[in-house]
Ligand binder design. Sequence first.
Ligand SMILES: *[C@@H]1O[C@H](CO)[C@@H](O)[C@H](O)[C@H]1NC(C)=O
Ligand SMILES: *[C@@H]1O[C@H](CO)[C@@H](O)[C@H](O)[C@H]1NC(C)=O
Ligand SMILES: *[C@@H]1O[C@H](CO)[C@@H](O)[C@H](O)[C@H]1NC(C)=O
Ligand SMILES: *[C@@H]1O[C@H](CO)[C@@H](O)[C@H](O)[C@H]1NC(C)=O
Ligand SMILES: *[C@@H]1O[C@H](CO)[C@@H](O)[C@H](O)[C@H]1NC(C)=O
Ligand SMILES: *[C@@H]1O[C@H](CO)[C@@H](O)[C@H](O)[C@H]1NC(C)=O
Ligand SMILES: *[C@@H]1O[C@H](CO)[C@@H](O)[C@H](O)[C@H]1NC(C)=O
Length: 669
Amino acid sequence: MSSSPLNFITLITILIPILRLPTAVTSDARATLAGNLTCGTGRATTVSFIPTFVQAMEKLSTNLNNSNNNFATTNITDPNLPPFYALIQCHRDLSKTDCLVCYAVSRTAVPGCLPRTSGRIFLDGCFVRYDNYSFFQEDVDPLTDTRNCNSSLGGVKNENWDDFEGGFGGFNRSVFELVDNVTKLAIENGGFRVLEGDRVYGLGQCWESLSKDECRVCLNKAKNEVIGCLPSREGRSMNAGCFLRYSTHKFFNNGDQADGGTSGLSSPGAKVAVVLAAVAFVMISSFAGYAAYIRISKIREERKNMGMLSSSFNKSGLKYKYETLEKATNYFDISNKLGQGGAGSVFKGTLPNGDVVAVKRLFFNTRQWVDEFFNEVNLISAIQHKNLVKLLACSIEGPESLLVYEFVPNKSLDHFLFNKDRVLILSWEQRMEVIRGTAEGLVYLHQGCHVRIIHRDIKSSNILLDKDFSPKIADFGLVRTFGADRSHLTTGIAGTLGYMAPEYIVRGQLTEKADVFSFGVVVLEIASGKRNNAFVEDTGSLLQTVWKLYKEGVVSEAIDPLLKGEFPEDEALEVLQIGLLCTQASAALRPSMAEVVEFLTTKPENRQNPIPIPHQPPFLNARSLMSQGMGSSTSSPLTKVGLSYTNTSQSSTTPSSEWPLRIDELSSS
Ligand SMILES: *[C@@H]1O[C@H](CO)[C@@H](O)[C@H](O)[C@H]1NC(C)=O
Ligand SMILES: *[C@@H]1O[C@H](CO)[C@@H](O)[C@H](O)[C@H]1NC(C)=O
Ligand SMILES: *[C@@H]1O[C@H](CO)[C@@H](O)[C@H](O)[C@H]1NC(C)=O
Ligand SMILES: *[C@@H]1O[C@H](CO)[C@@H](O)[C@H](O)[C@H]1NC(C)=O
Ligand SMILES: *[C@@H]1O[C@H](CO)[C@@H](O)[C@H](O)[C@H]1NC(C)=O
Ligand SMILES: *[C@@H]1O[C@H](CO)[C@@H](O)[C@H](O)[C@H]1NC(C)=O
Ligand SMILES: *[C@@H]1O[C@H](CO)[C@@H](O)[C@H](O)[C@H]1NC(C)=O
């Protein structure tokens, strides 16, 4: 078994602030991480796995909405599709609304396992699993059953137990008794029970698909495991078929709410949950590229247009034999690995003629995939610009598809900006060069060539620096085909969220202005030397910080202190201004990349018009995803996962008509 804690944790960091609002809401979706995202080892062999996944998760959503016991399963047994089974179980004390919220959160996390054919996740309020066989009645599984004894409540053996009568011994007894009782009662009570003991609280939940005997096996094992968490003040046991938890704080809702029908889908909370799920769906499906299916017609169209290119590509000897590339990379030796790119791993290779290249080993390699891919290659091989990483060749005949790129000697921009132990600090002039070059590369992608290409994933790690530190944008074009790639699914949603334009995140609207937004974030990162960690709650996002300093007129404080003041103030002000213009919340207010290049390359005295002043605070961070002005009722579940944007800036500017985005608009679109 392997897991991707990193990606998941990023994601949870994003989601938790959204879900945990300081409100008077009594119930809690408990959409917090209880255990790691755990992925199986089997890998999907066909590209149709991704659409199957998306389709099944959507079906699961519908089934859960229609269920009255916080439980749903789905399965796909079409012989033409990969077998797929999925299950969602919310703890029965969650209201339906909270259950839908918990599922929505899990659902954005689970794709982190793709392209693996199985994955599971335990949140504190629900469990989601998918696999390639029917596992609904599995009770225990020694390979994956885990417990989590980590507790923010403490519980070290020799700490002060004065708050418990009888000290640690008393606590120990109390937990033993509670866990024992809650296990028994849950088994007798149809698989679920919460219980309040002597200052300890417990919850046991078997999946509804388990028989009473299976439930007994599972909970008894869980009981023995969770006891091992003592003296921790909190313990969770997570087995294939059940969940058991004790804690010194009350974490559950009283009673069994699943049947209570507390809120139908007409309630705002449920709406929000559905919207959240819909958002997740939009995101997953846009990333999980229906490319192979939906775009076929489009690609056919392009194929027509590309016919000439295609043949020139074929004629120009841009193809290499697989064996040649295999040898060039010393059989993909790990020591030659340069990194993990958008669509696969990248290796350094030396061709027989001595040329050094970067060879990308693509993830999916079915014939059908290759067919789509080849058209894409023809398309992007025609794109050549000094600020774009050049595609030199490809190989599609061997056992897997390979792409050959020019080798860019330096590392990616993020290494030079954020690495703690960096030896080389980019000077202001070098930074300006990177900004200008990146902008020019983007203008070319957006309008310089015969096809319009939106990069979608501009970020500092996608900007490579050559030996003269001039920038080269990597991974363009491929996203069109390789949206299904795992790293795009995970980092596309999580890691890169800090770069994604709000309208893209929320509505899946993709225009060049989404790239402009991401570019703006990169500009601010370059100028400030700080990563746009959009989801660090306390410090706030970089955009927010820069916006504030800009408003207050203390520009020099926003610039990377490592430059030690060695930069022209006027230029620095302009750069920040451009960064902020590009990250304005309204796409319409953002300049085009061509305008940006004009700002950057025209001397102030030669400008006909000054660079506009950014008027809208930028899209701030996950917190600004939360509602502040939405409705007055703080107890509304809406405020729990409010997906609205608000101007958090005091200097209230008039929002454009599309701003702030309202939740009801979202649900109707
Ligand atoms: C499910 O995946 C595992 C691991 O890849 C594989 O061994 C097994 O044969 C698959 N089962 C089915 C029914 O496809
Ligand atoms: C959920 O179920 C309700 C009726 O129970 C229905 O009106 C609503 O459209 C459903 N929503 C989804 C997203 O399936
Ligand atoms: C799969 O789904 C069908 C209906 O969609 C259902 O009849 C069948 O019982 C399901 N199989 C399992 C193993 O749950
Ligand atoms: C989650 O993963 C981390 C790192 O791999 C590990 O230390 C930790 O024990 C895991 N937690 C659980 C509950 O499995
Ligand atoms: C333990 O949990 C606390 C909060 O519940 C968290 O801050 C901390 O990082 C966790 N530690 C580990 C090792 O997971
Ligand atoms: C906790 O209580 C159990 C059962 O009463 C006992 O077996 C165990 O030794 C106790 N543990 C400690 C550390 O006191
Ligand atoms: C557990 O069950 C025993 C026997 O039924 C009972 O005496 C005790 O009060 C229960 N403890 C808790 C915490 O429910």
